[in-house]
Design a protein around this ligand. Sequence first.
Ligand SMILES: [Zn+2]
Length: 160
Amino acid sequence: MSEKLLVRKIRDGTVIDHIPAGSALDVLKVLGVTGKEGFRISIVMNTDSMKLGKKDIIKIEGRELNLEEVNIIALIAPTATINIIRGYRVVKKEKVEIPDYIEDIVKCANPNCVTNLEKGLKTRFKVVSRRPLLLKCLYCDRYTTLEDIYRQFIRREPAK
Ligand SMILES: [Zn+2]
């Protein structure tokens, strides 16, 4: 069955393509999308991909992801591409990339870090390694790993 038959075209919104197979639900968790927001969301999992063999796709109607959200997807779905759709047309297509700095979304793994103790203080990390993922807190110098991020958002360990 072709992809077009599986998921209909959307008029406005975001298509996240080339998600590693089986990770679409994790991506939604990291995005904070629960389905209760009222957006129409289509998820295709384990569909054929020329590039990846198998892949997942998420289509979110009526919502355009911002740059911060795109960056956070890169942490757990590094192969993902983001397509912004307006009027049935792709107006922006980007491959996600782990940025040099990550702000606000990820929590510091150090429970005594000032960012965990003081309300309203945003976290700030320098990305010191992408594979394996290693973020260094600019407040307490402690490292936050991919496992910490999975524990924070997905509440289980990443697949090895
Ligand atoms: Zn910290």
